[in-house]
Design a binder for this molecule. Structure first.
Ligand SMILES: [Zn+2]
Ligand SMILES: [Zn+2]
Length: 393
């Protein structure tokens, strides 16, 4: 299998960028050095770009059909608040910050694609590259959109490095590929008092505990089991002493789903159960739901374009589908609420090592995935351009 689909020269340049970004990771909305590194690479290519969303960059490769809608390719650039434990020679020198989600790789892949696209002299359709900050903060995509990232864009493509699949595979899946991710906070107001006189109180710990157990029945009893979904309470805080009944309790949690209708249903169920449990015990219960990213659902026509592109880079049998539902959130869904697109995954297991997952302090990937990603983005930009050309004719 050809695991090196791009020239040695471009590959070594993007590996250099990846290692440099990995050594100097920056959290969401702080990607200034990263932005400078991307700009420096683009300057060498002599490619027009502008800064966007404060710490992001938008690149525009013009096409012969200047007014035609463009094809957008997107990479995310931010790191996570994690203490790195990989032991890599190019490990983070920014204490407590780590590229543990592969966004250093995503950025480098897209720069590789920029080098390849820059070599296309007969480009007809404009190609736009989005270097998006703050994916982990989950507000970067929205900020890019507000800064015109999708203006006159027909389709958008993105992808994620994935340590569940072998190097050389590209995972192209129709339908749900990322879950929606919403946060909720529930505040319970009861009546505090002496631990020995519970009859004079409304115990917020008891109400909160009942509520946590009742929330478990949403996914198990109310949602169609064919639709993966999650309601997790990750934080429960109440009380101040062993002999005082707590007047207040706070629960915080996350809601994940792969369908908008399921997402709406989960939110309604939480509101209903919280208010009912409050009524049952005479406590005042308030629910605050903070909507995050929508689910990412790849439509079949976009999937076909991605499969075609992926087959130009890796053998047909290595263009695969997701083996299990992915409940991770991804703000690529914000773009796909506006225009069609498709989100893929790039297999990147390092042979003979334990596949530490993304967001782990030991996360790493086989760097040869950078060449595969760059070649894929280049290929999908061409396949999608052909599709847009058909519509223009
Ligand atoms: Zn992540
Ligand atoms: Zn990520």
């Amino acid at each position: 299998m050809n695991l090196q689909p791009i020239s040695e020269d471009i590959f070594s340049r993007i590996v250099d960028v990846r290692r440099d970004l990995h050594t100097h990771p920056e959290l969401s909305w702080n990607e200034r050095r990263t932005q400078g590194r991307i700009a420096a690479y683009l300057d060498k290519l002599n490619v027009p770009y502008r800064k966007a969303a404060d710490t992001g960059i938008i690149v525009d490769f013009p096409g012969k059909f200047a007014d035609a809608p463009s094809v957008a390719l997107r990479a995310d650039t931010d790191a996570l608040p994690i203490v790195e434990e990989t032991g890599l020679p190019f490990a983070s020198q920014n204490p407590g910050v780590m590229h543990a989600c592969g966004h250093d790789g995503h950025t480098s892949m897209l720069l590789g694609a920029a080098s390849l696209i820059a070599q296309d002299n007969d480009r007809k359709i404009p190609i736009r590259l989005l270097f998006q900050p703050a994916e982990e903060g989950a507000s970067g995509a929205k900020a890019m959109i507000n800064d015109g990232a999708l203006d006159n864009v027909a389709m958008i493509f993105g992808g994620h490095i994935d340590r569940h699949y072998p190097l050389g595979t590209i995972i192209v899946t129709e339908g749900a590929v990322n879950a929606s991710s919403d946060k909720f906070t529930i505040t319970i107001d009861g009546q505090g008092g002496h631990a020995a006189r519970p009859h004079e109180t409304v115990d917020a710990v008891v109400v909160g505990s009942l509520l946590i157990m009742a929330l478990q029945t949403i996914v198990s009893r109310e949602v169609n089991p064919a639709h993966p979904s999650v309601v997790t309470v990750g934080h429960f805080e109440a009380g101040s002493a062993h002999n005082v009944i707590a007047a207040q309790a706070t629960l915080k949690g996350t809601i994940r789903s792969q369908e908008q209708s399921v997402r709406d249903g989960l939110q309604q169920s939480i509101l209903r159960i919280a208010s009912s449990i409050g009524q049952l015990h005479g406590a005042h219960v308030e629910v605050d739901i903070e909507e995050g990213t929508p689910p990412v659902n790849n439509p079949s026509d976009m999937v076909k374009l991605c499969e075609q592109a992926a087959r130009q880079v890796v053998p047909e049998e290595d263009v695969r589908e997701l083996e299990v539902a992915n409940m991770g959130g991804e703000d690529f869904g914000d773009y796909m609420e506006i225009i069609p697109g498709c989100y893929v995954r790039f297999g990147s297991i390092i042979d003979g090592t334990f596949p530490h997952p993304a967001h782990s302090s030991k996360f790493d990937f086989d760097e040869r995935v950078l060449g595969i990603g760059a070649a894929y983005y280049h290929a999908v930009s061409k396949v999608a351009s052909e599709e847009i050309l058909k519509d223009l004719k």
